[in-house]
Design a protein around this ligand. Structure first.
Ligand SMILES: Nc1ncnc2c1ncn2[C@@H]1O[C@H](COP(=O)(O)OP(=O)(O)O)[C@@H](O)[C@H]1O
Ligand SMILES: [Mg+2]
Length: 218
């Protein structure tokens, strides 16, 4: 038996073109990529945007730590059954530089598929490295990658610290924590910057909706 080689894996052109999928919807598909320090408000704002879009009868979906680190990228100890555990050991992702890079690559690939299905994919990951975010941007058509910098100063995030992660990082119990002993590279040309240190999450979500309307996404 010969192993299936890469050349035998063909890309199937979708028989339903993306435009026709979108014509059934009242929104275009795209990726709204939230990035920022831990506790800056990515998950809160992404979920508020999701709710607002849903109430406007738009199709959206949030990709966040929970549905990615517990599934697609689950590392050891995250998947309950033995079979899952074995997979997690072989293919699961941790927090090394290499694993973080692959984490973002997979999330980007999944978000792209969502967008091609006509859904507004809202991703909420720190995604601290510019090169990783730019790599995702390059996989998408112009206008389909909307980078949203959730900009809250480190001291504000550290004060919020809902999961006590900054405290642990300061105490040296967590190594390589973004903003403490690992860098956060702010986007140079994001589509949108949210002033997350002073405005409420509701105001910020409204700014995202306004942006999406201005670009004809919804
Ligand atoms: N604009 C905001 N103003 C004040 N507090 C906020 C704001 N956005 C989020 N929060 C609070 O900050 C904490 C961290 O928010 P979260 O969305 O979990 O951050 P992230 O997903 O970026 O780590 C939560 O307790 C949340 O309620
Ligand atoms: Mg979050």
């Amino acid at each position: 038996m010969t192993e299936q080689s890469q050349v035998e894996v063909y890309w199937h052109n979708h028989s339903v073109p993306r435009e026709e999928r979108e014509a059934l919807n009242t929104n275009k598909g795209c990726v709204v990529w939230f990035t920022g320090l831990s506790a800056c408000g990515k998950s809160t704002v992404a979920n508020l945007v999701d709710h607002k879009l849903h109430s406007l009868k738009k199709h959206s979906y949030v990709l966040d730590g929970d549905n990615v680190r517990h599934g697609l990228n689950a590392g050891p100890g995250m998947l309950k059954d033995e079979h899952g555990e074995e997979f997690a050991k072989r293919f699961g992702l941790g927090f090394s530089a290499q694993d973080r890079e692959e984490n973002i690559r997979r999330i980007g690939a999944v978000a792209k598929l969502f967008s091609e299905a006509g859904v507004i994919a809202l991703t909420a990951f720190i995604s601290p490295y510019r090169i990783d975010r730019d790599r995702v941007r390059k996989t998408l058509k112009e206008g389909d990658f909307i980078e949203v910098f959730v900009d809250a100063p480190l001291d504000v995030c550290e004060k919020r610290d809902p999961k006590g992660l900054y405290k642990k990082a300061r105490a040296g119990e967590l190594k390589g924590f973004t903003g403490i002993d690992d860098p956060y590279e702010a986007p140079r040309n994001p589509e949108l910057v949210l002033d997350a240190g002073t405005k409420t999450a509701g105001q910020l979500a409204e700014e995202v909706i306004t942006y999406l309307k201005s670009k004809g996404v919804v």
